[in-house]
Ligand binder design. Structure first.
Ligand SMILES: C[S@@+](CC[C@H](N)C(=O)[O-])C[C@H]1O[C@@H](n2cnc3c(N)ncnc32)[C@H](O)[C@@H]1O
Length: 299
């Protein structure tokens, strides 16, 4: 691992690990969103190995062993509970996992035994490493919660070595969905505006209720359609992605979806534009959910 390129504000001992804390940044960060994630991830810090493997395989379906290998120095930006760091730990040489929220301490606790991982509290504007340092960077489900997503992506890519790869997941703008899917989704966005303003305990309760009243019925509907209608019609049902997900993941994602103050959505074209502007090439969008996750190489 490389030394930090700037001095820390403080450090905290978490079991056998020291977590160094840097200024989270002031410009390109939504502090209310970061605080909300800190509370969320402290609650959802215990994904089972099977949950992490199954969900991780879906995000990493476009990554080969050549791109992420046991010689790769990796940065996980916005690591949250640390689940993707855990997923990558056996595949990479060393992982720097950073997040500006309190979640980074739960992650350090949960994955205290991972010898090739260092957890650091910092934000995208204050990543405490030199430019052109990493072989592989990931940021899964993070950059759409940052006010200027394109700028945040560019700051992340600066830390990647030329020729290195980035795996990015950004919420899609439903650009591959039909009219009714979009209609239902837009209605749920109105709900989000209300739920995200609630105090945390109430937010959790309401998100759970929404998971039961919205997610579970749609999942059941997709399963019924799959059983009785031949073909892939069931894949058009909203929330079908969760058909094989655990209750833990469904609850967590419902809280993410309804409880987060700042969320943005992007079409494939918009994501491509941001990647090109950040100096990336050789784009590979996955055809599979979650949409959109994309792999690209730095020029
Ligand atoms: C939806 S969570 C995703 C966590 C993790 N990547 C995962 O998929 O499990 C979004 C994360 O982005 C982090 N985040 C928000 N603003 C950030 C910023 N300006 N810089 C870096 N991370 C940020 C939050 O603290 C939160 O942990």
């Amino acid at each position: 691992m490389e030394p930090y390129n700037t001095s820390e504000l403080s450090k905290r001992q978490v079991g056998a690990k020291e977590v160094y804390c840097f200024n989270p940044g002031e410009e390109n960060i939504d502090l209310e969103t970061v605080e909300s994630f800190g509370e969320e991830w402290m609650k959802f810090d215990a994904f089972s190995a099977e949950e992490i493997k199954n969900a991780g395989d879906q995000y990493f379906d476009i990554v080969t062993e050549k791109q992420l290998s046991n010689s790769s120095y990796v940065l996980d930006l916005g690591c949250g509970s640390g689940r993707w760091t855990k997923y990558m730990a056996s595949k990479a040489k060393f992982i720097e996992a950073i997040d500006p929220s309190e979640a980074v301490f739960s992650a350090a606790q949960a994955y205290n035994d991972l010898k090739n991982v260092r957890f650091t509290q910092a934000g995208v504007d204050t990543i405490p490493f030199n430019d052109n340092t990493f072989d592989f960077v990931i940021s899964l489900g993070v950059l759409h919660h940052i006010p200027d997503t394109g700028k945040a992506l560019a700051s992340l890519i600066k830390k990647l070595k030329p020729g290195g790869h980035a795996l990015i997941y950004l919420y899609y703008a439903l650009d591959n969905r039909g009219f009714f899917y979009k209609l239902i989704f837009n209605a749920s966005t109105l709900l989000r505006r209300v739920v995200s303003k609630l105090p945390h305990s109430l937010k959790q309760f309401v998100s759970d209720a929404l998971a039961i009243c919205i997610y579970l019925p749609f999942i059941a509907l997709s399963k019924v359609i799959k059983t009785v209608v031949p073909g892939n019609l069931y894949m058009k049902v909203p929330l079908v992605y969760y058909r094989d997900k655990s209750w833990n993941i469904i609850r967590n994602d419902a809280l993410d979806r309804f409880g987060t103050p700042l969320e943005q959505r992007f079409t494939k074209e918009q994501i491509l534009e941001m990647l090109v502007a950040a100096g990336m090439e050789k784009f590979l969008f996955s055809d599979n959910e979650p949409y959109w996750h994309v792999l690209a190489q730095k020029k």
